[in-house]
Design a protein. Structure first.
Length: 581
């Protein structure tokens, strides 16, 4: 098993670092800071490095921007680094971001790189798919908006809803346009228009564009037409039409749909569903998700004989907040959507909204911890006073009374999902409702028992019955809710922490053992409907009491565990220990 901690530059940088760790790149220790300046060294990467050594980054000139010497204990002195400028030299890359207190000469960062034990243990993960530029959506602009309100603004064309849309102002047909801006160049090779609904049977056809083109720009001012389309008539309700680009425009930051005419009778342009794709066979709408890194990963198991499939897709839709979308599957098919692979974990959710488990992250430097074995990946993050955590891969299965084997004990666990009180356009770290919770005590965001599809949990498990089930300890404060929902599992001992008679929490009576240490207890997945315990989480333990967050405790076997809290919660039932090995 391998683990490391450090500072990621943002949610995209963390995925890059995860990819490097699981595929065997050298591991990096958390930088040790010395001196006056409060800047951060983040975005550390050592792709291709093989030697174990210690690096020291020292301020040699404190004029703004400060400059730093870069010295490796094996590699020796390298080219100097400058604050706020990305640094790359050989296999090493990072960036030093200045803080509110200026650096002084002699301030330093020290970190070590070490050989990744996954390589020696033959537990390196493979990358089945990796595509995308990492670009995120910055903004949507349109020529006009109907009635001047936000109800019909530009983002409504791509928000995955079939009942919302962008509409130009009445009277604007010729000359109307819709535009998306990315933070880095993206190559668009296909787009689609459609999704017209029964709610507007008298004007969907006239509102559809008839003559239009798609154009690109590098500055958002001067646009070049890539491809044009004419006589797109007789649109049917619900029809979606795809258009391949015929030009060779390449990658650009701005892309615009220019409308020259609507169908006869149209008094405004309406786009109910607009999708842009980076390749003719691409599957993700980059106008919604951004052209984020699209990863499908395969774990070999601890003995190298397993095929464990998980998928991660950064979501940079501007109103979601940066997060990872998480999926698991029973296999891998290159022609299918990364979040829709064979037997994928979201298939039990019938709602069309994007209800996959997600890991809310940050769009600025933040602290992270990664632990990996050949069977499971656990990622934790800390920023703005909260903890976020996800786990992807196998849990530790118990023998089942119904069958002698449990061939695919897969868990896909994030910290948020959709439904209930949560709009599907508000997946972010700022949410403070029940649906924002961690794998060891997952919850559903809703105020009433409206069904599992309307209030999905952020945790999914593949059961011994060859079906997916959700894991939820309670539903908007109702701790007994899982016992009435056959599709849902629960976790112990967290579910047992609550007194069913409402007197108080059992955890209030738990304290340290006689040796002064707190007991670490397995977190089990319990199916109360079928009276079975499926197994326990790998590398996560329950710890009672209230603890300093990020503290390290050592068990009786000299194993170190990192203590984290359940997002923003700090009661005696809201702490977990994460194994560091």
């Amino acid at each position: 098993m391998a683990w490391e901690s450090g500072f990621a530059s943002d949610y995209r940088d963390l995925l890059l670092r995860l990819k490097e760790v699981i595929t065997g790149s050298t591991l990096i220790t958390m930088p040790v800071v010395s001196g006056t300046g409060d800047g951060v060294l983040h975005g550390l990467h050592t792709t291709g490095a093989t030697a174990a050594e210690t690096w020291t980054i020292t301020c040699t000139n404190d004029l703004v921007p400060a400059t730093f010497s870069v010295v490796g204990s094996v590699s020796g002195a390298q080219a100097s680094a400058t604050a706020d400028v990305p640094y790359t030299y050989g296999t090493l890359s990072f960036i030093i971001t200045a803080g509110s207190v200026d650096f002084e000469v002699g301030d330093s960062f020290t970190f070590a790189v070490a050989v990744n034990p996954l390589v020696a243990a033959s537990q390196v993960w493979s990358v089945e798919r990796w595509s995308g530029t990492g670009a995120k959506v910055v903004n949507y602009l349109v020529s006009s908006v109907y009635d001047g309100t936000g109800t019909y603004n530009g983002e409504k064309a791509v928000d995955l809803s079939t009942t919302t849309y962008w509409s130009s102002q009445v009277g604007e047909v010729s000359g109307a346009w819709w535009q998306v801006e990315f933070d880095k160049p993206v190559d668009i090779r296909k787009f689609s228009i459609g999704g017209y609904t029964h709610e507007w049977p008298t004007n969907t056809n006239p509102a559809a564009p008839k003559d239009f083109d798609i154009a690109y720009s590098d500055d958002g001012i001067s646009f070049t037409v890539d491809s044009s389309y004419v006589d797109q008539i007789t649109w049917l309700t619900g029809e979606v039409r795809e258009f391949l680009l015929t030009g060779t425009g390449g990658a650009h930051k701005f892309w615009r749909i220019n409308i020259a005419a609507t169908n006869p009778g149209g008094t405004a342009v309406k786009l109910y569903s607009l999708k842009l794709f980076s390749q003719p066979n691409a599957l993700f709408n980059v106008a919604y998700y951004g052209d984020g890194y699209d990863a499908v990963l395969r774990g070999p198991g601890t003995a190298g004989g397993d095929d464990i499939y998980v998928a991660i897709r950064p979501d940079a839709y501007i109103h979601n907040g940066p997060n990872w979308v998480l999926e698991g599957s029973l296999g891998y098919a290159s022609g299918l959507d990364s979040l829709g692979q064979p037997g994928y974990s979201n298939e039990l959710i019938t709602s069309p909204q994007p209800h996959q488990p997600r890991l809310p992250l940050f769009d600025a430097p933040f602290k992270y911890w990664i632990t990996v074995s050949g069977r499971v990946i656990t990622v934790a993050a800390r920023f703005q006073g909260i903890s976020e955590l996800c786990q992807l891969g196998f849990f530790l299965p118990y023998a089942m009374p119904e069958q002698s084997q449990y061939p695919y004990p897969l868990i896909i666990a994030g910290a948020q999902s959709g439904g209930g009180n949560s709009s599907y356009t508000s997946f972010n770290w700022q949410r403070a409702d029940d649906g924002h919770s961690l794998v060891f005590s997952p919850r559903c965001a809703a105020s009433g028992l409206s069904g599992i599809d309307a209030a999905p949990s952020p945790v999914r498990v593949y059961t011994p019955y060859n079906t997916w089930a959700q894991v939820a300890n309670f539903y908007s404060g109702n701790y007994n809710w899982p016992y009435g929902e056959a599709k849902t599992l629960t976790t112990t001992p967290y579910q047992m922490m609550r007194d069913p008679e409402g007197v108080g929490s059992y955890a209030a009576y738990l304290g340290p053992m006689l040796n002064g240490k707190y007991p670490l207890t397995a977190i089990c997945l319990v199916d109360v409907i079928n009276d079975a315990t499926y197994g326990e989480l790998d590398g996560l333990k329950h710890i009672p009491g209230v603890h300093p967050i990020e503290s390290i405790i050592t068990d009786d076997e000299d194993q170190d565990w990192l203590v984290l809290n359940n997002v923003f919660r700090v009661s005696s039932v809201d702490f977990v220990a994460m194994r560091l090995l």
